[in-house]
Design a protein around this ligand. Structure first.
Ligand SMILES: [Zn+2]
Ligand SMILES: [Zn+2]
Length: 341
């Protein structure tokens, strides 16, 4: 009596269902990091996913987790696929029951004493699957400078998902953007915190946020220099935390240094800011004689606590942006010259 239904069930065993995934309006498909502590959502260009990405390995742009290409479906895509598969299976079984009922009813003899009929309610169902739709386009589109793969993220990213490459320049510019955002959000944060937890905590938080801008900038610059300098050899520990030493290293490596890229005023401001970072990191921000001697900043007396202003952060960003650009150009120049030899 249930021949069709049983046959359908048997056919469903080991049957694969393919559900297509749509691209967004810019041609990107959604991906998600399978590492459970990360689950970073990003997008990759559909053409590059086919042509550049490899089956064996894809990297997370945020945490650099590595896994085969088939593991990067988003939670939403998996849920959608499960629902569609379930709907398809249910529909097929339902339709098989409908045709079993029809053939059962057809087989009833018109002159038999007891009349039996079978009805499956709801008629036949559609057994097509709907493709998974794409999430809204992401603002930041990035092209890897090593493998040319295109990907998109919200906020920032550190690694190329197609080759795992960490762009030194990108990491540095992202760090500077983050500092700028921290500085520019001061007013909003102060206002929100004043309402939520009072003036004291607003003041303390905002001050420590501004101070962190200075150390973030120095650390980002140090890492950037270390990465760029690695093509010339190893610099001694923390060499790029000290402007004089860094300047000398670059001068002997590429023939130019900070003194060529910043004017005297900028350089003396930068020197003060690097020394302020040192005080914040090692002396709770309390001025000592070494600070005054090294920075040439006579606006403080020993024992005072330094103040970081929005202008300080602005000056630091200005200098670090200039130095960042100049260093990149100098290293590229050096590379193309040595390749030409
Ligand atoms: Zn991740
Ligand atoms: Zn790449």
């Amino acid at each position: 009596m249930f021949d069709d239904a049983l046959r359908t069930l048997k056919n469903l065993d080991r049957q694969s269902i393919s559900i297509s995934i749509q691209t967004d309006e810019r041609g990107y498909i959604d991906k998600q990091c399978p590492y459970q502590d990360c689950e970073f959502l990003f997008k990759v260009h559909a053409e590059d996913w086919t042509n550049i990405f490899r089956d064996e390995a894809v990297w997370c742009p945020m945490c650099r987790h590595q896994a085969p290409a088939k593991e990067w479906f988003t939670v939403e895509q998996v849920e959608h696929a499960t629902q569609q598969a379930l709907k398809l299976v249910k529909g097929k079984i339902h339709n098989a029951l409908v045709s079993d009922a029809e053939s059962f009813n057809r087989r009833q003899s018109p002159d038999s004493f007891i009349k039996m009929s079978m009805k499956v309610s709801g008629g036949r169902r559609s057994t097509s699957v709907i493709p998974a739709s794409a999430a809204e386009a992401m603002q930041l589109e990035i092209q890897c400078d090593a493998c040319q793969a295109r990907y998109a993220v919200i906020g920032s990213a550190f690694f190329c998902p197609a080759c795992g490459h960490n762009s030194v320049v990108r990491t540095y510019t992202d760090a500077l953007t983050k500092i700028q955002l921290k500085r520019d959000s001061q007013a909003i944060i102060r206002q929100a915190l004043t309402v939520a937890s009072g003036k004291d905590s607003a003041e303390i938080t905002c001050r420590s946020l501004l101070e962190s801008c200075i150390s973030d900038g120095v650390v980002a610059f140090q890492r950037y220099c270390e990465s760029l300098y690695s093509m010339f050899g190893d610099a001694s520990f923390n060499a790029f935390q000290r402007l004089d030493q860094g300047n000398q290293l670059w001068a002997s490596a590429v023939g130019v240094g900070y003194t060529d890229w910043l004017d005297a005023e900028e350089l003396s401001r930068l020197k003060i800011l690097f020394q302020k970072r040192h005080l914040l990191a090692h002396n709770e921000g309390i001025v000592d004689d070494r600070y005054i001697a090294k920075s040439g900043d006579f606006s403080y007396k020993e024992g005072q606590r330094i103040v970081i202003t929005e202008r300080d952060v602005g000056d630091l960003l200005n200098c670090l942006t200039k130095l960042g650009r100049a260093l990149k150009a100098a290293c590229e120049n050096h590379q193309s010259n040595t390749q030409g030899d």
